[in-house]
Write a protein that binds this ligand. Structure first.
Ligand SMILES: [Zn+2]
Ligand SMILES: [Zn+2]
Length: 174
């Protein structure tokens, strides 16, 4: 069992954590068979972090690091939410600088890496289209329908609002 991360609820499925042979957490020194495999912005060399040291904030404190760049996020009025996101939440891998989306004045939960076909399979493409119209963060929706694919040149990052339940997208390209 790993701790609950409200802004990244399925971090094993998204690959933010990897399971394998036990190794030593650089932060607490305990053996862990689940360790962090996504960005950690710190000046120090950190190879292995256990989920508990991320959830408690100990890793961010000890190595003076962030899991998400605090300048590459939407604005939210409560600074405690930004702190939870950047210092106690596992991040994700983007082609470019990772960007964290907010809605209803709070950060959204990161759901995973998607192409347009994934949105169709999940039955949420219409909701996305209704929310954004023909232009999603500067991308033409027809282009995305054709060319946004998981691990393709145009990559979608799917988020879900914790309050109204709406799905939101961040998009970048390689
Ligand atoms: Zn640890
Ligand atoms: Zn919302």
């Amino acid at each position: 069992m790993i701790p609950t991360f409200k802004y990244h609820p399925n971090p094993i499925e998204t690959g933010a954590f990897i399971k394998g042979d036990a190794q030593e957490c650089n932060c607490c020194g305990k053996q862990t068979d689940i360790w962090y495999e996504s960005p950690f912005y710190s000046r120090e060399e950190v190879d292995c972090l256990c989920p508990e040291c991320i959830a408690s904030g100990l890793a961010a404190e000890k190595f003076n690091g962030e899991f998400q760049d605090s300048y590459s996020v939407d604005e939210v009025s409560d600074p405690a939410k930004l702190e939870e996101l950047t210092r106690r939440t596992p991040g994700y891998h983007g082609w470019q600088q990772e960007y964290w989306v907010a809605h209803c004045d709070d950060y959204c939960a990161f759901i995973g890496y998607v192409g347009w076909d994934d949105l169709v399979k999940m039955g949420i493409d219409k909701q996305i289209e209704e929310s954004y119209g023909s232009n999603i963060n500067g991308w033409d929706i027809e282009t995305l329908k054709q060319d946004m694919s998981n691990n393709g040149g145009i990559q979608g990052y799917l988020f879900k609002c914790l309050h109204c339940g709406e799905y939101r997208l961040h998009i970048d390209c390689d």
